[in-house]
Write a protein that binds this ligand. Structure first.
Ligand SMILES: *[C@@H]1O[C@H](CO)[C@@H](O)[C@H](O)[C@H]1NC(C)=O
Ligand SMILES: *[C@@H]1O[C@H](CO)[C@@H](O)[C@H](O)[C@H]1NC(C)=O
Ligand SMILES: *[C@@H]1O[C@H](CO)[C@@H](O)[C@H](O)[C@H]1NC(C)=O
Ligand SMILES: *[C@@H]1O[C@H](CO)[C@@H](O)[C@H](O)[C@H]1NC(C)=O
Length: 266
């Protein structure tokens, strides 16, 4: 069976073959005899290394071996990203100067098998493996744009997203660490003995609570929920009658809030 990229540049061919081994065209590997140099152990990890590969192609008629050191120009970018729950997020694939031959997303979420979404331009084909979350899709037709779209964002979308693109000008990787944010519900109320209680319920990550005026005797507690959110509660007591109004500031990546309350006299 003929592989469509048979005549392509050998370096690119190898990269493509490696990319696609488990992905789409398992028989293609048989047509190119890959010999990995020591150190570049596993073809499936090759895409993430600036590995050197030696190719001996058995497909050129005279049986001559082609030795090629293709130090693949890999551009690696790592980005930390946050997205607020129930919004939508777009993760960009690296842009290449020439047309993308292959684009592949690897999505690693907690307690889920590795999900991959791949697109190859020669056949204009897409393929998903182990992807069960229909909130994660291609942002548009991947032939135009291989970006990833997540909508609506949920807590379970915390994780790592890696886009790999192959194009004639090289391989590009962009890895995102996505943190999903949940705004805490803030409240402030009075408790016994002129104590004030400030609560930031089910925020992700945990909110930070501070008080004005400072100098109260405070106890802060945290409670973690199974869904990854945290409730923070701070209870403060001020000695003396001169403190009449107190302000609780709840700081969070999704935005800050200030609440104030009057302390009861005596
Ligand atoms: C699909 O998930 C299984 C584990 O459930 C994993 O072993 C396998 O490698 C995954 N397939 C791909 C192509 O990622
Ligand atoms: C690729 O397929 C999509 C739909 O599957 C289509 O909209 C698009 O026009 C096709 N692109 C090319 C270049 O054939
Ligand atoms: C997380 O769990 C807590 C406690 O059960 C709940 O109050 C909160 O609404 C949950 N948050 C989300 C975003 O699911
Ligand atoms: C929220 O508060 C924190 C610390 O109190 C501060 O560093 C941050 O700049 C504030 N953010 C906004 C958006 O005001």
């Amino acid at each position: 069976m003929l592989c469509p990229w048979r005549t392509a540049d050998l370096g690119l061919l190898l990269i493509l073959t490696i990319f696609l081994v488990a992905e789409m065209e398992p028989h293609c590997i048989a047509q190119t005899d890959l010999k990995l140099l020591p150190g570049s152990s596993d073809p499936s990890t090759l895409a993430s290394q600036s590995g050197r590969i030696t190719a001996s192609s058995s497909s050129n008629g005279d049986g001559k071996q082609i030795e090629q050191n293709s130090s693949m120009p890999l551009s690696e970018v790592n980005t930390s990203l946050s997205a607020v729950i129930d919004t939508s997020a777009v993760l960009h694939c690296p842009r290449t100067l020439t047309e993308v031959v292959l684009a592949r997303w690897e999505i690693i979420l907690r307690d889920k098998p590795l999900c991959t979404k791949a697109y190859r331009s020669d056949t204009n084909e897409t393929k998903d493996t182990n992807c069960t979350d229909d909130r994660i899709t291609w942002a548009s037709s991947p032939s135009q744009n291989p970006d990833l779209h997540i909508a609506p964002v949920a807590i379970t979308h915390d994780g790592n997203y890696r886009c790999m693109t192959v194009s004639p000008d090289g391989n590009f990787n962009h890895e995102y660490h996505l943190q999903v944010l949940v705004a805490p519900e803030a409240s402030l109320f009075l408790s016994r003995n002129r104590a004030a209680v400030c609560r930031a319920v089910a925020g992700k990550p945990a909110a930070h609570i501070s008080w004005t005026p400072e100098g109260g005797a405070c106890v802060t507690e945290q409670e973690r929920w199974g869904n990854g959110t945290v409730t923070v509660q701070s209870t403060c007591h001020w000695e003396g009658p001169d403190v009449t109004t107190v302000t609780c500031s709840v700081s969070h990546l999704t935005g800050n809030r200030s609440l104030f309350i009057e302390l009861l006299p005596g």
